[in-house]
Design a protein around this ligand. Structure first.
Ligand code: ADP
Ligand code: F6P
Length: 324
């Protein structure tokens, strides 16, 4: 028989993402509406081990839906991979009367959630990462804000690039995934889009493309380079030497992770946070919330972690053709 759920906790873990606050707000309020008490765990698994645990009421999540970052704070906690540390964390949950935990984060954070579940603490994962690299879901909280932030920044770089007739290599985040680069590459009308899933490391092809475009009268050349490929500064030096076109690298960096979440991120985060609270309050455990074919759904964590997703061949091919 499923254990009775009286108190749950919410935490954010791994890299922060715009919309995490909306997910926290929804989880807290939905659980309270379900008659369940809520606590907030600060700074991810590190905060759990330090017992940084606070009570959360409806009013504690007022005025946060529009804010970037996470009011609970987040951290990476490498020692959480150790069995003894996981057992200690589960004991801390029990000591504080926590029956279940909602973990908002990425794949790594789900591994931690899975470990807590093994030690008798119910857990539900919510996909929060700007990288869109969680296989079980077509949507991750923060991606929409991040691509919009990056797109606007790239538009600005393009203005000055055109004025100076320069080539610009703009590096966007994404860890090992190319989703942010692909989306910005299309939305910004980039001449080249380099993503780790597809890049063949043939720089000569890029150089030939720049020279051909120059001959056709193009005044700028925008290359969107994914973080997973990196080395934008040295790439810029080599391209300038080979083409004679002044080339600059811009690494957008952490600005992509901040800022007020878009409407889409607030909406999805609200639905996913509430969905997670409903699962946990009804006694479910070891599951991850996802969005697939227009519906919110959930998967066993192990199943979710074994799924694979990649860049759509069709989308990549269209992106390539449109950039010619
Ligand atoms: P994300 O959750 O965004 O993928 P990380 O991979 O950095 O980010 O993971 C966040 C945290 O989750 C880690 O700092 C660690 O505390 C925990 N974690 C990651 N991998 C594991 C694992 N294999 N077992 C237990 N906990 C893990
Ligand atoms: O996962 C989000 C992300 O911003 C990635 O795009 C990037 O590779 C990584 O986090 C950077 O992490 P950190 O905050 O540890 O530098």
């Amino acid at each position: 028989m499923a254990k009775e759920i009286k108190t749950i906790a919410v935490m954010t873990s791994g890299g922060d993402a715009p919309g995490m606050n909306a997910a926290i707000r929804a989880a807290v309020r939905e659980a309270i509406v379900n008659g369940v008490s809520v606590k907030g765990i600060k700074k991810g698994y590190a905060g759990l081990l330090n017992e940084e645990i606070v009570d959360m009421e409806k009013k504690d999540v007022s005025d946060i839906i529009q804010r970037g970052g996470t009011i609970l704070g987040t951290a990476r906690c490498p020692e959480f991979k150790e069995e003894a540390v996981q057992a200690k964390a589960a004991e801390i949950c029990k000591k504080h009367g926590i029956d279940g935990v909602i973990v908002i984060g990425g794949d790594g954070s789900y591994r931690g959630a899975q470990a807590l579940a093994r030690h008798g603490i119910n857990t539900i994962g919510v996909p929060g990462t700007i990288d869109l690299d969680i296989s079980c879901t077509e949507y991750t909280i923060g991606f929409d804000t991040a691509v919009n932030t990056a797109m606007q920044a790239i538009d600005k770089v393009r203005d000055t690039s055109s004025s100076h007739e320069r080539c610009s290599i703009i590096e966007v985040m994404g860890r090992n995934a190319g989703y942010i680069a692909l989306w910005c590459g299309v939305a910004n009308g980039a001449e080249d889009i380099l993503i780790p899933e597809k890049y063949d490391y043939n720089e000569q092809k890029i150089i030939n493309n720049i020279i051909a475009n120059r001959k056709r009268g193009k005044t700028h050349h925008i290359i969107i380079n994914a973080e997973g490929i990196g080395h934008s500064t040295s790439m810029a030096r080599r391209i300038e030497a080979a083409t004679g076109m002044e080339t600059r690298a811009t690494i957008l960096g952490y600005m992509q992770r901040g800022g007020s979440p878009t409407c889409k991120d607030r909406f999805f985060a609200s639905m996913m946070g509430a969905y997670a609270a409903d699962l946990l309050c009804s006694g479910k455990s070891n599951r991850v919330v996802g969005h697939s074919h227009g519906e919110f759904t959930d998967y066993d964590i192990e199943e979710a972690l074994s799924m694979e997703k990649g860049i759509s061949e069709y989308q990549y091919e269209i992106a390539r053709k449109l950039s010619l």
